[in-house]
Design a binder for this molecule. Structure first.
Ligand SMILES: [Mn+2]
Length: 293
């Protein structure tokens, strides 16, 4: 049983409704353990975070209402089973209007959500914050593994922006190089300013809507040490928050996930930073979006 995100009263009227979906899935994690504990840690940490953002002069509790869903199904046996289960649950919702904030769990949780939104949103692009390109064709015997998730999203024909990627194979590097119309990589060793990056992303994605898939390891592990496969040399918290602030007002945001958080017992740094990362996306967007409620 989870309390509601930010400990706010669920589903308050007159605000933009967000479904918070905890998916404590951990089936194919490569190295570190504990992503199954990510959603609960994020929810608990969210009770300690102020909904007001002084920099953006906006209060998320006056913009959005949250309703945390129970993940009532059993924890499944592998990524393909998870994919099918998530697809079934999503059939009860409408991609045209239902906004999911999905909390992982490992990165395999993103695929059914991206598919769900792509069906109703032509021209959808994915903004992926990640250390890993996740463009392998299969991994550990499954094409649905977290290491393949962006390859499956590419199969849908969607444009992808990969921010912070710094760990991938030479085959993935060739693939990125050979698909400049479909993949925009922003490498941490060659990072533009957040303002320049926002312009590049807007130009690349065109007028289409976006889905944000935020892997905790996109940030440098000095900001979020609690993740299964930490990679040094990542994004700073300041860079990524300034990027969201620069991106909006801009493309329509249809949904987001935050995944791969693996809480460290005795420290709340990682999950607290995760909540701030989520709130920066939501507050930057919803404080500037013109929404019809
Ligand atoms: Mn990753």
């Amino acid at each position: 049983m989870y309390n509601n995100f930010l400990d706010l009263e669920p589903g308050r009227p007159g605000l933009f409704p967000i479904h918070v979906w905890p998916v404590p899935y951990q089936g194919t994690v490569s190295y570190g353990d504990g992503t199954k504990n990510g959603p609960e840690a994020i929810l608990k940490a969210s009770y300690q975070i102020e909904p007001y953002d002084p920099e953006l002069a906006a209060d998320i509790s006056e913009l959005c209402s949250f309703k945390t869903l129970e993940h009532q199904r059993p924890i499944v046996s592998g990524p393909q089973h998870l994919y099918q289960q998530m697809r079934e649950l999503l059939e009860e919702f409408d991609a045209a209007g239902d906004f999911f904030l999905t909390l992982g769990g490992e990165h395999s949780i993103s695929l059914p959500l991206v598919e769900f939104y792509a069906r109703k949103h032509p021209g959808l692009a994915v903004i992926q914050i990640d250390a890993h390109a996740d463009l392998r064709q299969d991994f550990e015997g499954s094409p649905y593994s977290h290491a393949c998730i962006m390859a499956r999203i590419r199969d849908l024909g969607l444009k992808t922006v990969q921010i912070g990627i710094r760990s991938f194979t030479s085959i993935e590097a060739d693939y990125i190089r050979n698909n400049p119309d479909h993949i925009l990589p922003l490498y941490p060793w060659d990072l533009p300013t957040p303002q320049q990056a926002a312009l590049m992303v807007r130009e690349f994605t065109g007028k289409g809507p976006v889905y944000v898939s935020f892997d905790a390891d996109g940030l440098d592990p000095s900001f979020i040490p609690g993740t299964g496969t930490p990679e040094p040399g990542g994004l700073s918290y300041t860079w990524i928050k300034d990027f969201w602030k620069s991106l909006w007002p801009g493309p329509k945001l249809v949904g987001m996930d935050f995944c791969e958080l693996s809480p460290i017992p005795g420290s709340v740094v990682s999950e607290s930073t995760a909540v701030k990362c989520i709130l920066k996306v939501l507050t930057s967007y919803f404080s500037t979006a013109r929404l019809k409620l």
